[in-house]
Ligand binder design. Structure first.
Ligand code: GAL
Length: 347
């Protein structure tokens, strides 16, 4: 594991693919199929405009996690399909469903205001694609979470949120407990931005996303094909303002690592543990314990790659919003202090 992670690309150096071109797969995730790893991520272009999506989702293939072959654009938005270049496609994650199809979920904004707050799902017969868009929208319109606090159903709070919220920028961090963002968005479906997909041992899959103006994480159960929501979802970490969710399981317990909400600028991560995915969750503090840990070593999490029960790689991005294509990668082994996940500084 330590030897594997000695690859300079995993600690923020330029990481060339097998053709010598820097790997372009940001906010990514990895699917293992047989002996091969497929790394999917946002294809960025140069400059600030590279923070928007002009191409789609890039995929690379490797058998050792160090050497990656460019397998092209797995989900392409340049083909005149329903998503237009200049939209926002973030944090793509691919899983294989029980029927053997490949299912990609990602955060979608159809413009750059981040007010759309949608998820999108695309499917393919082969892991390298081409992925075809199936649906995009907000999760579970008209449905309350399984664990809704009764006060959030109060008409006065919902009405106040409908009146006040639209006047605030999306990252205004209002005093959410006083306003029911949840109730405000009930009819349209809940806001969903930074996300990941987690498949449990029983093969039930979930999309986990930052909701309620990024104040609260939601865990939404997927149907048997992993392409739609079942209507069952839960609020986790209410009003803790976390995004960039990363989940993994070890010795029967669930672990969560998320970031704070400071846009592209890195901040201190937070970790948590639970006996059940739906909670209750216990926060365990900042997992990044070394100097530089207050910014997660300049990075923000995107995915946990579990190679063996106790071999987990925390994948993160060092964003470069001024020149998006030059964002770098930070992959760290998850270490343990008892039951607490630990991320040490890259060497
Ligand atoms: C980050 C988020 C990214 C992107 C960015 C936009 O906090 O993790 O995925 O949404 O904000 O400012």
């Amino acid at each position: 594991m330590t030897e594997l992670l000695a690859c300079p690309g995993m600690s923020g150096e330029i990481w060339p693919d097998s053709a010598g071109i820097p790997i372009n797969a940001h906010g990514g995730g990895i699917l293992k199929e047989g002996n091969l790893f497929y790394w999917y991520g946002e294809h960025k272009v140069a400059g600030k405009r590279g923070n928007l999506a002009w191409v789609g989702v890039h995929v690379y293939i490797s058998d050792d996690l160090v050497h990656w072959r460019d397998a092209g654009i797995a989900f392409d938005i340049r083909d005149g399909g329903p998503l237009r270049p200049g939209c926002v496609i973030e944090r793509p994650k691919v899983v294989r469903n029980p029927a053997g199809k490949f299912v990609m979920w990602f955060h979608l904004e159809r413009d750059c205001t981040y007010s759309d707050a949608r998820q999108a799902v695309a499917v393919a017969d082969r892991p390298e694609g081409p992925f075809r868009l199936l649906w995009h929208g907000r999760p579970n319109p008209g449905v309350w979470p399984q664990n809704t606090p009764p006060e959030l159903k109060e008409p006065a709070r919902i009405e106040a949120a409908c009146r006040e919220m639209p006047t605030l920028p999306y990252d205004a961090n209002p005093l959410t407990p006083q306003l029911s963002v949840l109730g405000m968005d009930l009819e349209t479906g809940q806001q969903s931005r930074d996300m990941t997909v987690f498949v449990d041992d029983d093969r039930t899959a979930y999309v986990v996303y930052a909701s309620e103006k990024n104040s609260t994480i939601h865990l939404a159960e997927l149907d048997g094909g992993y392409t739609g929501f079942t209507g069952r979802y839960w609020r986790l970490f209410p009003w803790r303002w976390m995004e960039a969710p990363v989940l993994f399981k070890r010795n029967g317990k669930y672990y969560f690592i998320g970031s704070g909400c400071t846009g592209w600028a890195p901040n201190a991560a937070r970790s948590a543990v639970a006996e059940r995915l739906t909670g209750p969750w216990t926060e365990l503090g900042n997992p990044a314990v070394d100097a530089g840990g207050d910014t997660t070593y300049g990075a923000q999490g995107t995915f946990a790659l579990q190679l063996a029960p106790d071999q987990i790689i925390f994948m993160a991005d060092r964003w470069n919003p001024e020149n998006a294509i030059d964002g770098r990668y930070l992959w760290l082994p998850v270490e343990w202090n008892g039951e607490r996940p630990i991320l040490k500084a890259p060497v």
